[in-house]
Design a protein around this ligand. Structure first.
Ligand SMILES: Cc1cc2nc3c(=O)[nH]c(=O)nc-3n(C[C@H](O)[C@H](O)[C@H](O)COP(=O)(O)O)c2cc1C
Length: 334
């Protein structure tokens, strides 16, 4: 059973050190010890989100996660986090097998530092030239994540990234993210040379996710068309676009942007600080939705694939469904 799909997953499973080459993408506030360990215990690859943590918080969460699983899992660290070195040191101390660097392009010194602790490095690449450079700088694998994904997104769709990056760099392990759920797509991507896939939105509202009931219900009710990007107010001030279900928080973000822009225009803040304060807005707003269940004034970061997420399933049910769809597809096309 599932022989063909498992064979196709072998390469990615080896890179991650797990049974199925499927990563549960990190989601700030959602990917804590429970969801991360549950994903890894089910044979997938859980990724702990450190987006809203300092070194001490991460250390505690790592201790909790390691109590709940003896399987491999990763830690997602945001490159622009001013505490990046502390977070890497904690991962080194707790012997985390994989560090996933998101939200920017890491310097070689960061990659080397993680390697010096014996951990593997996975980074995100938004373009072919950057992907080539990162592999030259010895990253162990890359994630390419399309515009349809939930949370912070790049400019290009998953399909374009596949043709631009994956098909040109098949010799390297690349995981594909953004808008993926059905097994037929997972199987097709593996056949095209992907090492595996990363899924986020579907796990935000799975049974093992500790996100507030209201947050999950909003996802299950939503259409993919509700998962939109905020308006960018000024071309000179590039905001990092975040895909989320439209609600009051979407309007509040526009207001926040206006405030930051005014300060920037008056020379009261530099662009990087302005962007960081917008990031803090998102992190706080996401917390309000995930932890407190405020689905109006909290951010409901979600990918377009929410269109297909109609019931709260367990991780086991999700992976079984993916494997069955993939295997049937491979059998009917062999
Ligand atoms: C609620 C939410 C929060 C997210 N937070 C993060 C994060 O903190 N760091 C990160 O690298 N990606 C984050 N992402 C992206 C996911 O890790 C994953 O790559 C993405 O959801 C995959 O696409 P999909 O939503 O189409 O499944 C987040 C996504 C969602 C839906």
């Amino acid at each position: 059973m599932n022989e063909k799909i498992l064979k196709l997953m072998e390469r990615g499973s080896k890179v991650l050190g797990c049974k199925y080459a499927i990563m549960g993408g990190a989601m700030t506030w959602i990917s804590e010890s429970n969801l991360t360990s549950a994903l890894s215990n089910a044979g997938l690859f859980g990724v702990l989100a450190s987006g809203a943590m300092d070194g001490d918080l991460l250390k505690n969460e790592l201790i909790e996660t390691q109590k709940k699983t003896d399987k491999n899992f990763g830690v997602n660290i945001i490159v622009m986090n001013p505490k990046i070195h502390d977070l890497i040191d904690v991962c080194g101390e707790k012997k985390v097998s994989h560090v996933i660097l998101a939200g920017g392009i890491p310097d070689k010194s960061i990659i080397d530092k993680i390697h010096s602790y014996g951990s593997q490095v996975i980074a995100f690449a938004p373009a072919l030239a950057i992907a080539k450079r990162l592999f030259k700088q010895n990253v162990d694998a890359l994630v390419i994540e399309g515009h349809e994904a939930g949370g912070h997104v790049g400019a290009l769709s998953t399909l374009v990234l596949i043709q631009d990056i994956l098909l040109n760099l098949k010799e390297y392990p690349i995981f594909v993210a953004g808008g993926i759920l059905r097994g037929e797509i997972v199987a097709s991507l593996l056949k095209l040379g992907a090492a595996g896939c990363q899924l986020g939105t579907v796990f935000a509202c799975c049974k093992e996710s500790t996100a507030h009931e209201n947050f999950k219900k909003a996802f299950l009710r939503a259409s993919g068309r509700d998962a939109v990007l905020p308006v960018q107010l000024d071309k000179r001030f590039n905001i990092l676009p975040v895909r989320a279900l439209r609600n009051v928080a979407s309007d509040e973000f526009v207001e926040k942007q206006r405030e930051v822009l005014e300060k920037f225009n008056k020379g009261e803040i530099v662009a990087d600080n302005g962007k960081l304060s917008l990031e803090h807005f998102w992190a706080g707003s996401l917390r309000r939705a995930v932890k407190e269940g405020d689905t109006e004034r909290g951010s409901l970061m979600s990918g377009q694939i929410v269109e297909l997420v109609k019931e709260e399933l367990s991780i086991q049910e999700i992976i079984n469904r993916i494997l069955t769809e993939a295997e049937n597809f491979l059998n009917s096309n062999s």
